[in-house]
Design a protein around this ligand. Structure first.
Ligand code: NCD
Length: 309
């Protein structure tokens, strides 16, 4: 049976931890394993860093990536997701990296009889999950010396529509972090009975939420996933719910600042804070390639490189 990365919850015990550790090792110069075969990247939703990092990661472990732009594929002629992936599987690809606006798409694809011998990676499905982003964020913090057992991290902004925050909440629980905090406008907070956020400490005020944390993770207002938005995202939002320059100045030196990107400058985070020495945003992007290399190594059971004679 093929392995899949669909969400954090369905990963076998120990795998999330191993993927994070492997990404940290690769980022520190460990040799990548050698994989064989082809991987198709199928992104029905726009993406820059996730798509490019999967493509680079595939190349760096020896896979051949095939990037398919659904807006130029047979999808526009009415072909279903099922038929598109069956077509790719029939051509013999080993793995399929999928992003789609509908929650559950990656799991649906993995369950198809046509993809039996294909490993499926969820690169973001609606508001559901984005496991590789959560894994790379944890790897970035750990590579920077953070001990998960001591970590208090705050996610703030549009939690309700964030698949990154959902996957992170699951992952950080597995990693045994000290505290997960969430803060945002009421209409952007997770439901009170959402089991994924059952251990999270909820705040109604950003300044209170920021007091005493070791890391903060800003989230964009994910407009494309919001049906009717009553909130304006101008200066007022920034003042109340953004990581303003003033708020950043009040944070102690050891506090790490994260953002999965894409950033809406001046809304959830002040543009100057992005370049703050405490910001790990570009390190997250860099770690994204290493983490996705680790994902391919695990999914495809690749070989240790043979040392040169
Ligand atoms: C995130 C996503 O697509 O869910 N971006 C990413 O993959 N780096 C977050 C977002 O879109 O805001």
């Amino acid at each position: 049976m093929s392995r899949h990365l669909l969400d954090i919850e369905t990963l076998p015990p120990g795998v999330a931890e191993a993927l994070v550790q492997r990404a940290v090792a690769l980022s520190g110069g460990a040799s990548p394993e050698r994989c064989e075969g082809e991987v198709a990247l199928l992104f029905w939703e726009p993406s820059t860093r996730t798509r490019v990092s999967f493509e680079l990661a595939a190349r760096r472990v020896g896979l051949h990536p095939v990037v398919i732009d659904p807006s130029r594929s047979s999808s526009v002629k009415g072909e279903s997701v099922e038929d598109t992936v069956a077509t790719l599987a029939a051509m013999g690809i080993q793995a399929l990296v999928v992003r789609h606006a509908d929650a559950g798409t990656a799991a649906r694809i993995a369950a198809l009889p046509t993809t039996e011998s294909v490993s499926v990676v969820n690169a973001g499905d609606g508001v559901n999950a984005h496991p590789s982003q959560a894994l790379l964020d944890a790897a970035t913090l750990i590579a920077d010396g953070v001990d998960p057992a001591k970590l208090s991290i705050l996610f703030f902004g549009d939690l309700r529509h964030s698949r990154v925050a959902r996957s992170a909440a699951s992952l950080y629980r597995r990693l045994g972090i000290r505290e997960l905090r969430v803060a945002g406008p009421p209409e952007m907070m997770p439901d009170a009975d959402d089991p994924i956020f059952r251990d999270a400490v909820r705040f109604r005020d950003l300044d209170e939420a920021l007091a005493g944390v070791d890391a903060v993770n800003a989230l964009r207002i994910q407009r494309e996933r919001i049906v009717d938005l009553a909130i304006s995202d101008g200066a007022e939002y920034h003042e109340r719910w953004g990581l303003t320059l003033e708020r950043a100045k009040r944070l102690p030196d050891h506090v790490r600042i994260l953002h999965p990107g894409p950033v809406n400058r001046g809304i959830e985070i002040d543009a100057r804070v992005i370049d703050d020495p405490r910001s790990l945003i570009l390190r997250q992007v860099r770690m994204g390639v290493f983490l996705r290399m680790a994902v391919f190594e695990w999914l495809l059971g690749c070989r240790q490189p043979v040392p040169e004679a």
